[in-house]
Design a protein around this ligand. Structure first.
Ligand code: ZN
Length: 291
């Protein structure tokens, strides 16, 4: 048995070296059946956090994503841009983590990290060596539980967001998208884009931000996705270890505003084909980000 393991270890080293010297990337191997099918496992922790895992040993890396089911449609009409604001704020640290630590720790092990915001969700992602999975889970759990939200962090990131907004506005046809949304939706909060409004953000208080975060960034409103060279059981155990202790909070109420007439563009996401197959969509984007 011991010799077998050793032989496997030698093979792994040879395989790694051949990868290094050949200078090739990883095989984009997929498990499971046909297109769109992934052999994933799904569990739910006692605090409501949904955990989806997918094994893929074609490359010694792992992709981690945390999807918070909060986006621009969950904002107040006079506070547009809060979800996107938190895409930024979530990197500002906790009492243990400084404002550059999240990026710093991930980069130090050769990984990458980022986030994005849409109408329905805000997503944070890391791709890193598989043996560093716990680092990513600790960082994600840390900010899910202890995010620092103060005036300094808000002012700093608001300036970054304002710059992003100005850059978007100065592009050719920079306002077409939001004008289009206003034409399509008169009632539903899909009528404004996730980027936010400078005047709304400048008018917002730190307490309002805290309230938004406390309500929406809870385990029961999130999905953790782990895809890569980690067995289901190990990934699930680590998810329990790092997130399981966080208390359960009520899931925020879902937006159920009906738009009169036909929804010709985005529609009601949850009732669409894509919404019903969201788990596969989650997995797909995680796989995509892992290569
Ligand atoms: Zn941004």
């Amino acid at each position: 048995m011991g010799r077998c393991k050793r032989a496997v270890g030698v093979l792994a080293v040879v395989a790694l070296l051949s990868l290094v010297f050949a200078g090739v990337g990883c095989q984009q191997g997929r498990q499971g059946g046909g297109a769109g099918h992934f052999d994933y496992e799904r569990i739910e922790l006692a605090n409501g956090l949904e955990v989806i895992t997918l094994e893929d040993f074609s490359c010694p890396i792992v992709a981690v994503q945390v999807w918070y089911h909060v986006g621009s449609k969950d904002e107040q009409p006079d506070r547009q841009g809060f979800a996107h604001m938190f895409e930024h704020m979530m990197f500002r640290g906790t009492d243990k983590l400084g404002p550059t630590d999240h990026f710093g720790f991930i980069r130090r092990v050769g990984g990458t990290t980022n986030g994005y915001t849409s109408f329905d969700r805000t997503v944070y992602l890391e791709t890193l060596p598989a043996d560093q999975l716990e680092l990513a889970l600790w960082l994600e759990a840390e900010r899910m539980a202890f995010l620092k939200i103060d005036q300094e962090a808000f002012d700093t990131e608001r300036r970054v967001v304002e710059e992003e907004r100005r850059m978007g506005l100065s592009e050719p046809y920079g306002t077409v998208f939001e004008r289009l949304l206003e034409q399509i939706y008169q009632v539903h909060p899909y009528r404004w884009p996730p980027i936010g409004k400078i005047s709304h953000l400048r008018a917002a208080s730190v307490q309002e931000l805290r309230d938004f975060w406390t309500k929406n960034y809870v385990p029961s409103n999130a999905t953790l996705i782990i895809v890569g060279a980690v067995e289901h059981e190990d990934a699930q155990d680590m998810a329990r270890k790092y997130f399981g202790w966080i208390p359960r909070y009520a899931r925020p109420p879902q937006v159920d505003i009906a738009e009169p007439g036909a929804n010709i563009f985005f529609g009601d996401y949850q009732s669409t084909f894509f919404g019903q197959f969201q788990n596969n969509t989650n997995i797909y984007t995680a796989v995509r980000y892992s290569f």
